[in-house]
Write a protein that binds this ligand. Structure first.
Ligand SMILES: [Zn+2]
Length: 332
């Protein structure tokens, strides 16, 4: 096939050859074999839209198979089993354009991919989404989905722990935390803090968790609980902190008792002794270091202390405090 070569500056006979190359997909270099059109006279690579599109599809396929991702066709099948693109996008809390892109071959973000897998494998997830976003559907769609769910007749009650884990999964998927949320470690850590810090109030607990996770990150490059932390008026707090306390209380890990003192409030009382066996020696050392260091701090003193942390100073209200700031933590 003759094509214009911009080196030779004239039409030349061309040929399609295969060459090994690595192309970036979602920030990762993927080895692939690409077909390229070259000028038979000078060897120059010529732009060929059709070949480029195929090369891109090929490298995306390689990426998908390397990471075990759903194919566009599988995504379409999952979506069709529930309804229109808009219905499913609404339920998932996505834009319709997003699902169209995925069915068209774009690689889903890790958290979106996780949602799609759940939709495929876990029948209770549809009911969960329906309870979450069903009110945004048109009446007819809503009725249709409701019938679908009732026909399935699956147990849908999420345990509070599963619910919390689902809430924290996206932080891990998005790389905000580099370990997965571990409720049992969280519960044991809270219990240990409550044992070692008499009269522990929620606001102080939030800071202790922040210091333990960040100190472990500073020393070893990853945190302990998998919680993410947010800049709040009174210092760093775990995301969903009220819900965390509620779950800890509901599953019987802690009790909240009225605080006897000049202020109203509740103190955290451990229902059982925090299980030290859950932690590595390094983790336990970090937890006990933090517990000991702040033992005699009041809630307002630890709050003031945390306000001087670089991760706090350089973030705005409600912003996530990246773990990269852990290296500047005022605790060693
Ligand atoms: Zn040429």
């Amino acid at each position: 096939m003759e094509k214009y070569c911009d080196i030779c500056q004239c039409e030349q006979e061309t040929q399609v050859i295969s060459k090994k190359e690595s192309l970036p997909v979602r920030g990762e270099e993927i080895e692939t074999v690409s077909d390229v059109r070259v000028c038979l006279f000078c060897g120059n690579e010529l732009f060929d839209e059709e070949l480029d599109t195929k090369n891109l599809e090929r490298v995306y396929r390689a990426y998908r198979s390397k990471h075990n991702l759903l194919s566009p066709l599988e995504i379409r099948e999952i979506r069709k089993s529930i309804g229109s693109g808009r219905t499913v996008a609404t339920l998932l809390g996505w834009s319709q354009a997003t699902i169209v892109r995925y069915e068209g071959g774009a690689i889903p973000s890790p958290s979106h991919h996780e949602q799609l897998l759940r939709l495929k494998n876990d029948p209770s997830y549809l009911k969960y989404l329906f309870n979450l976003n069903g009110d945004k559907l048109k009446d007819r769609e809503r009725d249709r989905i409701r019938v679908m769910i009732e026909k399935e007749d699956v147990p849908v009650e999420l345990s509070p722990i599963d619910f919390l884990s689902k809430l924290f999964a996206p932080f891990y998927d998005k790389g905000i935390t580099n370990i997965e949320f571990d409720f049992e470690k969280l519960a044991a850590m809270v219990q240990i803090f409550a044992e070692t810090n008499q009269g522990l109030v929620k606001t102080k607990l939030q800071k202790l968790l922040y210091y333990a996770d960040n100190l472990h990150y500073k020393r070893y490059g990853y945190s302990i609980t998998g919680l993410a932390y947010i800049h709040n008026h009174f210092g760093p707090v775990p995301a969903n902190h009220d819900l965390i306390c509620w779950v800890l209380e509901t599953v019987g890990a802690i009790e909240l008792k009225p605080y006897k003192g000049p202020y109203e409030g509740e103190i955290i009382v451990p229902v059982e002794k925090g299980d030290r066996e859950l932690f590595s020696d390094e983790e336990l050392d970090v937890i006990l270091t933090v517990a000991e260091y702040f033992k005699d701090f009041t809630a307002s003193r630890i709050s003031d202390f945390s306000h001087r942390e670089r991760g706090y100073l350089e973030t705005a209200q409600k912003e996530i405090i990246p773990f990269s700031y852990a290296n500047d933590l005022k605790l060693d």
